[in-house]
Design a protein around this ligand. Structure first.
Ligand SMILES: *Cc1c(COP(=O)(O)O)cnc(C)c1O
Length: 460
């Protein structure tokens, strides 16, 4: 299996090089040179077995099947539910797939528990070590740290926007006391953090000297691991389904698009956003124009420039990297992405839908769902459930629908309590979170200061 860059001028690489590179040298994102077909599930397969079967398609012959299976077994043994990502019914024809039973209570664990193990395996074999640098709007950071904190060959520095994460999210990062982990609070937004990470990667000398690598949602291996639960949902429901995905950087819903492209019976892909609705505006009205980030109750979706959208754009452009690079440069310069209306229509109509749910509606959905079903939804999942309710009322969804439940309600207890009067308790493995000391460095929104910190962060 070979990988190509969405901007068309970086060298083709195999899986392990793509895993370690993160971003391509031309600034693009790696995607497989062709999409494989989804194999049938073995009846009775465990989640880890289905995962290994799908992951192997993308790894090719670079890792042995016994190794891939062992890493999947280890990764998914960290989940607190035996089904790993159970499907739970909410209403007639509406399920949620609970992706939040991993160590840090958000769906990002599904990918990062595997990706951390893939990194350590590949680096051990090569006798190398890397420094992962990442930006987080809350959930990626804790999941990435948990995924690599036991790795022998990986150091990690995570930047987050100071004061814009929940207390639980922050403490899940800052209470980790491990010699290969550093956490930085930046006085700025998530997009500021992400821009600084991109700038460090674009500094070739720094990138080389530090052995920089990425595990934020631009890393192909994360998207790859997320394909698995879409396949599992269609294995279990065995008829065409619609899926709804609370979206920010577009990594999760893009994995759903891949599953569909590989042949999983998914009809509609619903992109749900909060008040930061650049994706909704694009899918509904071909308006992709950046606006300032507005803090919301679902902070992991407080994003205006969705980095993984580039992978979809590449597909929309018939996999023409030159055209994609040109469009993205113009987007950077003007804040507006222009896509020919007929090109967009051909790709989007009948396949993608989108809906925006603001904070007041989010609270309303959490309250209503609790009263009707007894289930507590976190605010991100509530954006998805609210989007489905609106689209169903409009007659826009015809199949059984699966909404991706992307975080555990205890990760966002204030919003849940406000909506329901119930404060969801942390599960047992995190019960002592608020008693542990925090380790964090606060830095200004200043690339030089951050770069200097990264350079001196580790002494081994
Ligand atoms: C990261 C995250 C999202 C957004 O996922 P993307 O892949 O960035 O679109 C949604 N909900 C939660 C809880 C998250 O952590």
């Amino acid at each position: 299996m070979r990988y190509v860059s969405t901007r068309g001028s970086a060298p083709e690489l195999g899986f392990t090089d793509v895993l370690l590179a993160g971003l391509a040298t031309d600034g693009g994102l790696y995607v497989p040179a062709e999409w494989p077909a989804l194999p049938a599930a073995r009846p009775g397969a465990t989640y880890a077995e289905r995962a290994a079967q799908i992951v192997q398609l993308f790894v090719g012959d670079e890792l042995a099947p016994t190794t891939v299976q062992r890493l999947c077994n280890e990764a998914y043994a960290t989940f607190a539910h035996p089904a790993v990502v159970p499907l739970v019914q909410l209403h007639d024809g509406h399920f949620v797939q609970e992706l939040f039973h991993g160590p840090t209570l958000a769906f990002k664990d599904v990918a990062l528990q595997l990706v951390g193990r893939l990194f350590d395996e590949v680096l051990r074999a090569r006798g190398q070590r890397v420094t992962i640098v990442g930006a987080t709007s809350g959930d990626t950071g804790s999941a990435a740290i948990d995924g690599v904190k036991a790795c022998d060959h990986v150091d990690i520095v995570i930047l987050y926007p100071n004061g814009r994460t929940s207390d639980v999210q922050r403490k899940q990062m800052t209470t980790v006391d491990s010699p290969n982990v550093r956490v930085v609070a930046v006085d700025g937004t998530f997009d500021d953090c992400q821009d600084m990470v991109k700038a460090m990667f674009n500094d070739a000398a720094f990138r080389e000297r530090m052995g920089l690598s990425a595990v934020n949602s631009i890393n192909w291996a994360r998207v790859m691991a997320q394909i698995v639960y879409y396949a599992v949902a269609t294995d279990l429901l065995a008829a065409p389904i619609d899926v709804c995905v609370p979206s920010g950087n577009f990594g999760n819903v893009f994995a759903g698009w891949i599953a569909q492209r590989m042949g999983a019976p998914i009809d509609q892909l619903v992109v749900a956003s909060n008040a930061n609705d650049i994706l909704t505006r694009f899918f509904r009205a071909n308006d992709m124009s950046a606006a300032p980030v507005v803090p919301s109750l679902s902070p992991s979706m407080d994003i205006q420039v969705s980095s993984n959208f580039e992978r979809l754009l590449f597909e929309m452009n018939g996999r023409d990297g030159g055209v994609t690079a040109e469009q993205l440069h113009r987007f950077r310069a003007t804040g507006r992405l222009s896509i020919e209306p007929d090109q967009r229509a051909e790709f989007v109509e009948g396949r993608f839908q989108a809906e925006r749910i603001d904070d007041a509606e989010t609270i309303d959905v959490i309250g209503r769902t609790y009263r009707e079903t007894g289930m507590l939804l976190d605010p991100h999942t509530a954006v998805g459930v609210g989007a489905v309710a609106k689209l169903r009322a409009a007659g826009a969804l015809q199949h059984t629908t699966v909404t991706m439940a992307t975080a555990h309600p205890a990760k966002f207890p204030d919003a849940v309590e406000r909506a329901t009067g119930v404060r969801p308790p942390l599960p047992p493995h995190l019960a002592d979170l608020f008693d542990l000391p925090e380790h964090v460095t606060v830095l200004p929104h200043d690339l030089a200061a951050v770069q200097q910190f990264v350079a001196g962060a580790f002494t081994h």
